[in-house]
Ligand binder design. Structure first.
Ligand SMILES: [Fe+2]
Ligand SMILES: [Fe+2]
Length: 163
């Protein structure tokens, strides 16, 4: 797909993140089941609910811009990140060490999303898509607070047990 302007780039990146959110929606329940740490499992479950809301919010973003249609694009970076998390589950015994690894894996996902939504917010602003920009900023905030929550969980609990 040729990209010649900011609008086409916006559609491309929005389609990519839409696919990424759908992939992570499928992966998060598996990650939540891979831990016996209740706080961590709850954090993954909570973010699963948030992620479902983010998928709906992306539909609102599409509806907020006239004649915008998403493309079918596979988000390969997200596929790789999810594969990596599955590889960790397969190769680390259940327990604090796997918990630490899972936190790291999900934080990579969140950092990817933070970068993606940051760019989308900037592009939406540039294109004058004010409603879309506000919706995307809401999701960006959720990704950032999930990342912070996981950092706190790692520092206060999981990493000490994993040591
Ligand atoms: Fe997300
Ligand atoms: Fe996320």
């Amino acid at each position: 797909m040729q990209i010649k302007n900011a609008e086409q780039l916006f559609i491309r990146l929005l389609s990519e993140v839409n696919n990424a959110e759908r992939q992570i929606t499928k992966a998060l329940p598996k990650l939540a089941k891979a831990t016996d740490n209740q706080q961590l499992s709850e954090a993954f479950q909570t973010h699963l609910e948030e992620t479902r809301g983010q998928v709906e919010r992306l539909e609102q973003v599409v509806d907020s811009v006239e004649s915008l249609r998403l493309k079918r694009i596979k988000c390969y970076p997200m596929e790789s990140l999810i594969e990596e998390s599955q590889d960790l589950i397969d190769n680390i015994e259940r327990g604090p060490l796997l918990d630490a690894a899972l936190i790291g894996a999900v934080q990579k996902v969140e950092h990817f999303e933070i970068a993606a939504y940051g760019t989308l917010c900037a592009l939406a602003g540039q294109l004058g898509y004010t409603d879309a920009k506000n919706l995307l900023a809401e999701t960006l905030k959720e990704e950032e607070s999930t990342d912070e929550k996981l950092s706190t969980l790692a520092k206060n609990d999981v990493n000490q047990k994993a040591g």
